[in-house]
Design a protein around this ligand. Structure first.
Ligand SMILES: [Zn+2]
Ligand SMILES: [Zn+2]
Length: 592
């Protein structure tokens, strides 16, 4: 039932893309058509609005903007109400080429089709090259259940060497209510967009001139980053990890030896030449940690060894896929590599699962889904290591999840080239899923780098290696955190925790004294002594999502008190400064 409903909706969405193209054709006669599929929540169609003369010379651009969408939408509704039929015809390739002689993108598609005949769909004046299926008539579409949502640039066939087309997106559902719900969710998501919040809260900057996908941290953002890193690192150090540090570039040979050059090259940048040697910007921290392990003889008594590093790595991402902090080209992992005996693997995994839950809970993420990525049955060449090793790694991970009674899903074919992994997907405040934590078993690295420890019998033995990043990348984690809290970070994570606002100029000194006192108690406070009205300063602090605002005037000065405004609650009354200090320190301590 659900399935056939979805099928029907998909057909409606795809049919709407034809109606969109038909409406655009009426308004912009010279437009060239790309493709128009159904997608999640709706549809799109790609257009080339470049106008050319008879000889193919460009006459100028017809640019469309979001302001043009309502007009197109209106035309679409008119067409829908006309009860236009979708009619399928089969043509020979030659006939189709004649029909689409002015449509270069369609001609290109016709050429690529392996079949001798091609199918076309006609709806009113608009004819498209299309396999279908389609609705019988526009009668089947509720004209109030769709909306054109946005415009974006999209390369023809997704290839940056091709012309950039204009993609018009639409949302479409079977009922008006479903459309409205979707619009509401989108609006909620926009309020939480970490790129917008990052700007408003003055946390980070992505400057195209400096480099796409390379965030620059402003003072408040850099401080927030430090808070996250300090908390994670201190937790790890308390739990038996040792801090190491490795450089940002390394000799290419090390990545050839590790297998990254063969199996991971598409994610790496080109080598840099230094004195006739090739160096790589590191995509991973592992080889450095392995070298540190290998720098001396290890005994079974030393294991497990847990090396951790806030390691910055650089990975190639296509410019089209970059997105704020959640998809970047350079990022810092809360990375660690654990080296243990095969007997210790199970207990190390159990510890790590506990640690993951503790870390994620501390930041307010309580709900997560777990995926277990294992090797696919067929494509064995993609992976390093023997069957026996893989079976052992996969079953150990699975057993750890079973022991912890954690529900998980198995994903065959999703493993990394060197081993299987567990990923934690957290659910944010509005139910969106984000992948953060990854725990990967690796029986392969130890082989490649001939890692050993001396076992009880005095013999050399291979340790097992685990790669893990619990927050994932600090950048992505911070982006997710901002979206989860819609910018209203918990007190302990707020770069500015308290803003003190004097009522008049005679209260400035008192405000500054309070700020100093709070700072001494390690509460991050700022006195706002600018010459602005109190209400304006309150509004500003609220925009900055500062958890506490203290307003001080004559009465507060005389009583040695503060008037407290709590974020989201408003005025919560007057209390002594001493009480406020105790209260805020306790809340910070409890990570509220
Ligand atoms: Zn179609
Ligand atoms: Zn690693």
């Amino acid at each position: 039932m659900e399935n056939s409903k979805n099928k029907k909706l998909e057909i409606i969405r795809h049919s709407l893309s034809h109606i969109l193209a038909a409406a655009v054709q009426k308004l912009y006669r010279e437009v060239k058509f790309g493709i128009g599929p159904a997608i999640e929540n709706g549809f799109y169609y790609d257009f080339d609005f470049i106008e050319a003369d008879k000889n193919g010379y460009q006459r100028g651009l017809t640019r469309i903007t979001p302001e043009d969408l309502p007009e197109i939408e209106k035309r679409m509704r008119e067409l829908i109400k006309k009860d236009i039929r979708f009619e399928k015809k089969m043509l020979s390739k030659a006939e189709a080429e004649r029909l689409f002689k002015d449509q270069p993108y369609k001609l290109e598609l016709i050429k690529e089709l392996p079949e001798k005949t091609v199918s076309i769909y006609q709806s009113g004046d608009f004819i498209d090259l299309c396999k279908g299926p389609h609705i019988k008539s526009t009668k089947e579409i509720n004209p109030e259940s769709f909306k054109l949502s946005r415009i974006a640039g999209a390369y023809w066939k997704g290839d940056e060497k091709n012309p950039m087309l204009t993609r018009i997106y639409g949302l479409a559902f079977q009922s008006e209510k479903e459309l409205k719900d979707c619009l509401k969710n989108l609006e909620e998501a926009e309020k939480r967009d970490h790129r917008i919040l990052g700007k408003r809260l003055e946390l980070f900057l992505i400057d195209e001139e400096f480099g796409s996908g390379l965030p620059l941290w402003l003072p408040k953002g850099a401080f927030l980053r430090k808070l996250i890193i300090d908390f994670a690192l201190n937790t790890y150090l308390k739990r038996g990890y040792q801090l190491v540090a490795t450089p940002h570039i390394a000799n290419l040979n090390i990545f050839k030896k590790s297998g990254h050059w063969n199996f991971y090259r598409e994610n790496m940048y080109s080598p840099i030449e230094v004195e006739n040697e090739q160096f790589m910007i590191k995509p991973m921290n592992c080889p450095g940690h392995v070298k540190i392990y290998n720098s001396k003889i290890r005994s079974y008594k030393d294991l497990p060894i847990r090396f951790t590093e806030m390691g910055t790595v650089y990975r190639y991402e296509k410019s089209g896929t970059l997105h704020g902090l959640t998809r970047v080209r350079g990022f810092t992992q809360d990375d660690a590599h654990i080296f243990c005996t095969p007997e210790q693997l199970n207990s190390e995994l159990l510890r790590m699962i506990d640690l993951t839950k503790y870390i994620l809970n501390s930041f307010g993420f309580k709900k997560f889904e777990i995926s277990l990525s294992v090797r696919g049955p067929k494509e064995k060449k993609k992976y390093l290591g023997s069957d026996k090793i893989w079976r052992l790694a996969e079953s150990t991970l699975e057993n750890a999840l079973k022991t912890k009674k954690l529900p998980y899903k198995r994903y065959p074919g999703e493993a990394v080239f060197y081993g299987p992994k567990i990923d934690f997907l957290i659910s944010d405040a509005i139910g969106r899923k984000w992948q953060l934590t990854t725990i990967q078993v690796d029986f392969n690295f130890p082989e490649k780098f001939e890692m050993v420890y001396i076992n009880k019998k005095g013999k050399k033995q291979r340790p097992v290696m685990i790669h893990r990043a619990l927050l994932g990348s600090i950048e992505r984690f911070l982006g997710v955190l901002l979206e989860h809290y819609a910018g209203a970070l918990p007190l302990w994570l707020s770069p500015v925790q308290v803003s003190i606002i004097p009522v008049g100029s005679s209260h400035r000194k008192y405000a500054k004294d309070i700020a100093e006192k709070l700072k001494k108690e390690e509460v991050r406070a700022e006195a706002n002594i600018q010459a602005e009205t109190v209400s304006r300063k309150i509004r500003e602090a609220e925009m900055q999502k500062i958890p506490y605002i203290l307003v001080v005037g004559d009465k507060e000065m005389k009583n040695k008190t503060v008037r407290v405004r709590k974020r989201g609650k408003g005025d919560i009354g007057e209390i002594t400064l001493k009480k406020f200090i105790e209260k805020s320190k306790m809340e910070i301590e409890k990570k509220l």
